[in-house]
Design a protein around this ligand. Sequence first.
Ligand code: CA2
Length: 146
Amino acid sequence: MPKPIYILNGPNLNRLGVREPEIYGHTTLAEVEALCREAAGPLPLEFRQTNSEETMIGWIHEATDTGAGMIINPAAFTFYSMAIMDALKMFDKPLIEYHISNIHTREPMYHNSLVSGVATAVMAGLGAGGYAHAVRALMDMIGPEA
Ligand code: CA2
């Protein structure tokens, strides 16, 4: 049985497609999950969202013990959570930090990610549909023995 890919989403992303469509588009998180499952094919996928830092840290630990790789959109945790950064440091498989918007063309408070320094790769600005590109990139990084 192959190990699963974890796709973890942080605070407020459950509102995707509902609020601020000019920044985040009209695609809902349920639709993002469907795109990711299509891209992953038969590979098992754990797709989750939480507004809780404690829950997110628990999921990162779980992924460290059982996952083949991870895509994380830490949302606001990106910019202030040293606890999430420390948990991700222990994740020793391919790790993609994903942002729907290009955080570097936004206000300065969105420019300094604590996660980028511990991620294998960073993707930003490809929209909600870009999660599927991240899944394909992660599968390439993991290789055939996933
Ligand atoms: O662009 C991204 O994916 C972000 O991670 C989204 C975060 C923001 O703090 C990051 O800078 C960039 C915000 C997530 C808020 O999610 C919403 C979704 C729909 C409507 C309103 C907020």
